[in-house]
Design a protein around this ligand. Structure first.
Ligand code: SF4
Ligand code: SF4
Length: 66
């Protein structure tokens, strides 16, 4: 299972700015009540753009082991 990843959100760190959602190429993310939410998990291509653009480290990819 090399290279499998998962998207993680830290709601406590998210200020709901919407930058991640704006840069997501697949429209996976949506802001609800000033927090980012995953609207369409199936569409996520794990590209990491959201992680790259979030100024607060509130969304990121982690490697899944085994
Ligand atoms: S990893 Fe890419 S496709 Fe998935 S939510 Fe982030 S920006 Fe969108
Ligand atoms: S860019 Fe970061 S702080 Fe802004 S909405 Fe997305 S996860 Fe939250």
């Amino acid at each position: 299972m090399i290279g499998r990843k998962k998207l993680v959100i830290e709601p406590a760190w998210c200020k709901g700015c919407g930058i991640c959602a704006a840069f997501c190429p697949k429209q996976v993310l949506e802001i609800q009540k000033e927090k980012v939410t995953v609207k369409d998990p199936e569409a996520c291509i794990l590209c990491g753009m959201c992680e790259l653009r979030c100024p607060d480290y509130a969304i990121y990819l982690v490697n899944l082991e085994e």
